[in-house]
Design a protein around this ligand. Structure first.
Ligand code: GAL
Length: 685
């Protein structure tokens, strides 16, 4: 295990800070001075600035006003505060939309948007690209060597799509490169269906509700194109700023978008950053730990993109203004939720936002400084407490996570499986399914990476592929090799169905996974909400699980082709047929779960058993109470274990026999630790 260098050698400690908009306060110079005093008080050392400042930087075309930013960065430098300096492309000045309407986005209904909002621009428009290059160049010329500049924050939360004529042409060009000929496109999209065959490139249009939506291969390729176009735009921005100082690390803040393959975007960045906005305390069914696991899964995904520490770039210090109900963080939750990111590999805790804006749509979004303007608030105290704690965690900066399990979560598969019309049109629940499996690892305190099919599988002892609907022959063969060479592979219903262009595998499902799993899926059905089936463990399977569990939503009727049945269906005409199987292949083995089991406990038990068999290590060697997780980061010599209580009750966690020190107070700890509601302890061993 190696330790990574800090994100910037300028600041080799945990980063703490927020989005900061001094441009909104330039008429209040005293506010800007107060802000710096309070930033230091809150232990803030890294602020993101300039994110939506374009009009303040270029009030008229070609006229630049950098003085306010000069002053701000100098003020930071004089006070030991650093900046992620943003390129301002997330929102444009009105003068630009008025003069160059082509920069405005066109919807799938082919209607051009008016100026307004943000993230409302065409990623293809040569004018927009040129204007972005100009402002980025000016910024880079002036600030790439400024002592306060820590990193580039490219734009803000890329996303969305444009259907203008420029984008249509670019899409066709993209298809020409990908397929070469129209015949190849028609074949890949199975275009003879409903007479969809294209006879000229110009006939190809992006999907639209009042046009084409039924050619799934087209839908999938359009999604890939939009993702690549966005990444290409981001790269266009990066190339400009990097040229002025290649040593400044570059990031762009990711969030929840489905429209960009973040794993591909990650390749263009020096460091990954994520904006995390879980609606804490709001889980309708009271299952708070599900939300914690969901958040953890995304942190693990961010870390896994580069297998190294990432940044928590935004989170709210209190509440948001856009969730259906804006709840405050309960006592303890701010520290717990912030350190959750660090536990999974973040080297920062950053917020949106430092100071509430006075007007417009985000004026009630949580901030470190609210409209009262001072530091004597509960939120400020919570933030300052985290600032102080982070100040003592410098040894953890750069530490890695020793994951031996990889959970597959792929954009291609996600797009395709959600587009498929078939067994469950009332919600195939791809993300929830991945979470169901991931959550078991979280509950067990077993570190897991969240990976893509193209990642190096040989790093792992166990690969879990929930609903791997889209899988190519090549990737199927790679998975088979992984198992033959000693790995353990787990997959589920609705896997191995289509290839990379969304054409069904012929010859029997699960297509290229059939040999690995040792089963043939003859038919599969969806279950109505009111229907339940169940799986019953066979007593003779001599395995760690027993009894029966309810199943719902999807049932796959399989035949054994070398695999053994560990459990069978309980009800219906397929009662007694295999529902969970194991197959030995080469040095390894694989499992297939044929139906969606309801209960979270089933998955925890299943993976406890599989983890034992595959020799996976957990963060600490103990049984964790439900809703409590332990995560670990290591520098190779020292481990840092974060025990986090997301259950809604106080908990006692028994430790293993290793020697532990509480990192917050330096005291040694043995036997067990007590965690209040929303409690967290960080132990070194
Ligand atoms: C983020 C965005 C910020 C702010 C925040 C509010 O997605 O990047 O600019 O709008 O949401 O929660």
């Amino acid at each position: 295990m190696k330790k990574f260098p800090p994100i910037s050698s300028k600041l080799p400690v945990m980063l703490h800070g927020a989005d900061y908009n001094p441009e909104q306060w330039s008429d209040y110079p005293e506010v800007l001075i107060e802000d710096v005093r309070m930033m230091k008080l809150a232990g803030c050392n890294a602020m993101s600035i300039g994110i939506f400042s374009w009009v303040k930087l270029e009030p008229e075309e070609g006229v630049f006003t950098f003085e306010w930013l000069d002053k701000q960065l100098d003020l930071f430098a004089a006070n030991g505060i650093y900046a992620f300096l943003a390129t301002p492309s997330g929102a444009r000045p009105a003068w630009m939309s008025a003069k160059y309407p082509e920069v405005l986005r066109v919807g799938s209904n082919r209607v051009r948007n008016l100026h307004g909002f943000r993230h409302n621009h065409c990623y293809t428009s040569p004018v927009y690209r040129e204007k972005v290059a100009i402002i980025n160049r000016e910024l880079a010329k002036r600030y790439a060597h400024h002592p306060a500049v820590l990193g580039w924050h490219i734009s803000n939360e890329f996303g969305g799509e444009c259907h203008c004529d420029l984008c249509q042409t670019a899409f066709r060009d993209w298809l020409k490169i990908k397929y070469g000929t129209l015949e190849a496109v028609n074949h890949a999209w199975w275009a003879t269906f409903w007479s969809h065959t294209y006879t000229a490139w110009e006939q190809i249009e992006s999907p639209s509700d009042h046009g084409e939506t039924q050619v799934h291969g087209l839908n999938l390729d359009w999604k890939r194109f939009v993702s690549e176009r966005t990444i290409d735009f981001c790269k266009h921005e990066i190339d400009v700023v990097r040229a002025y100082n290649p040593d400044i690390p570059i990031t762009t803040n990711m969030h929840m978008t489905e429209s960009i393959d973040y794993r591909k975007l990650a390749k263009e960045l020096d460091v990954i950053s994520w904006d995390a906005y879980p609606d804490w305390h709001y889980t309708a069914d009271g299952d708070d730990s599900r939300l914690a696991a969901w958040t953890a899964m995304h942190y693990d995904m961010m870390r896994s993109f580069k297998n190294k520490p990432f940044l928590l770039m935004e989170s709210t210090p209190s509440l948001t203004n856009w969730q259906s109900v804006s709840k405050l963080k309960r006592p303890g939750m701010h520290k717990l939720s912030s350190l959750q990111a660090v536990a999974h590999g973040a080297d920062s805790v950053q917020y949106f936002q430092w100071r509430k804006s006075r007007g417009s749509s985000e004026k009630f979004h949580g901030a470190i400084i609210d409209h009262s303007g001072h530091e004597h608030t509960r939120v400020f105290r919570d933030v300052a407490e985290v600032g102080e704690l982070l100040g003592g965690l410098s040894d953890i900066v750069g530490c890695t996570t020793p994951a031996e399990a990889g959970i597959l979560f792929d954009w291609d598969n996600r797009w395709a499986v959600k587009d498929a019309q078939g067994i469950r049109n009332s919600g195939i629940r791809y993300e929830e399914t991945v979470l169901q499996h991931y959550r078991a690892f979280w509950e067990l305190g077993i570190p897991a990476d969240v990976i893509g099919i193209e990642d190096d599988l040989s790093r792992y002892k166990l690969i879990v592929a929930p609903m791997l609907y889209l899988v190519s022959e090549t990737d199927g063969a790679r998975i088979q090799r992984f198992v033959e060479q000693g790995g353990t592979f787990v997959s589920t219903y609705w896997s191995g169905i289509v290839n990379e262009t969304d054409l069904c595998h012929l010859g029997g499902f699960p297509g290229p996974l059939r040999k690995t799993l040792g089963i043939w899926s003859e038919e599969a059905e969806g279950l109505h909400e009111r229907d339940t089936n169940g799986i019953v463990f066979r007593p003779e399977s001599a395995w760690g699980l027993s009894g029966e569990y309810d199943a719902h939503e999807i049932a796959d009727l399989i035949h054994l082709e070398g695999a053994e049945a560990l459990a069978e269906y309980r009800d219906d005409f397929y009662a007694g047929r295999p529902a969970l199987t194991r197959h030995a292949l080469g040095e390894g083995k694989s499992y297939y779960l044929a139906t969606r089991v309801k209960d979270a406990e089933f998955y925890t038990k299943l993976y406890a058993e599989i983890a034992k068999e595959s020799g996976l290590r957990s963060a600490i060697d103990t049984d964790l109470p439900q809703g409590v997780t332990a995560q670990v980061r290591t520098d190779g010599d020292n481990d840092f274990v974060f025990i986090q209580n997301f259950s809604r009750a106080a908990q006692t966690v028994r430790l293993d026999s290793r020697h532990y020190t509480n990192i917050e107070n330096g005291k040694s700890v043995a036997g067990s630790v007590e965690l209040p509601i929303n409690g967290l302890v960080i132990l070194k061993r």
